[in-house]
Design a protein around this ligand. Sequence first.
Ligand code: SF4
Length: 380
Amino acid sequence: MDQFQKLTLLSENLDVEEGDSLINCSPKNKPQPTISYAKLPNGKSMPLLKSMITSVCENNCYYCAFRAGRDCQRASFTPDEMADTFTKLNNKNIAKGLFLSSGIAGSSVRIQDKIIDTAAILRKKLNYQGYMHLKIMPGAEFSQIENLMLYADRVSINLEAPNHERLSRLAPKKDFYDALYLRLSWAAQIRDNLMSFGSKRRKSPSITTQFVVGPSGESDYELLKTSVFLINTFRLARIYFMTFRPVLGTPLAETAPEDPLRGHRLYQSSFLMRDYGFHFEDFAFLPNGNLRLDRDPKQIWAEINLSESPLEINQASRSELLRIPGIGPKRVKLIIEYRQKNLIRTEEDLKKLGIPIEKSGKYLLLNGKRALRQLPLFAF
Ligand code: SF4
């Protein structure tokens, strides 16, 4: 099996963070490793090779295509092979960054060493300076995470569920507190040490985690409550919500897939907390603990809080403006700059600032007067 055939096997069922569009990138008549596009904070996207060191795994997570005992073809790379394969794709500009994870074959410590070795070869021997997102294995040692974080731009360890009880319904071999949560806390501690004592690397790595949404019966209330705690405690860069899709040959094969819109609403809520100053208490949950799917959470907040008392756009503070549907940090900046010299009076003025009146108008006063247009019935 050549390296591209292996890559195909190692990436085709990999449910991973960062970017959702998978494309085939192989040269003609070759097997097809998959590349996904990760969105960067500047809005551009970067082709990312997502792969595993090995798809052999001794764990039996109920949702996973690589679980032990599932009948599927498996493949493994040595660190040298992985570094070489990625470098070939990188030199051809097919992959500009690397996301590296793994199944657990042998032990977590053994596999973590392979990921560290791959990163070390790329950084030290091959002088690769680009983006690397590296996985922390459940049960990795403190010193291994320290080493990993010297090479990574981002590290992550997936909690998968919001608490121990929910995790036991998904991954009975994983210990929520010891194998996962403790390692996440170590990563935060190591990042803070790197920041305090200065590191030779350009920037200390960011940290993320991921939840599987749906099959443990968890509610959005539980997921967001845990998210707030993690973001505040460990300053996570973000949380990924992977909406569940059943995989043939797993114990959850007959379980219905989760509605992707649910994951979308969870992302919206977590970004509102991270970037817009929203608090957990600002969200309205249904009696089953989930968010409504028919409207976005910011819209719902505005309907409850601003319909009767719209904000004067010429006087509202930055944090108040961020509460208005259709207005994000970039538009707030434009509004504040514009207000220094002008009064915002008309729909035309809103247009100039790129503010969508059909979304924002109901919650605004333009120099004391209500903007006239009403919201459409459903705003997705
Ligand atoms: S540890 Fe669980 S999620 Fe990770 S590869 Fe193994 S079975 Fe899949």
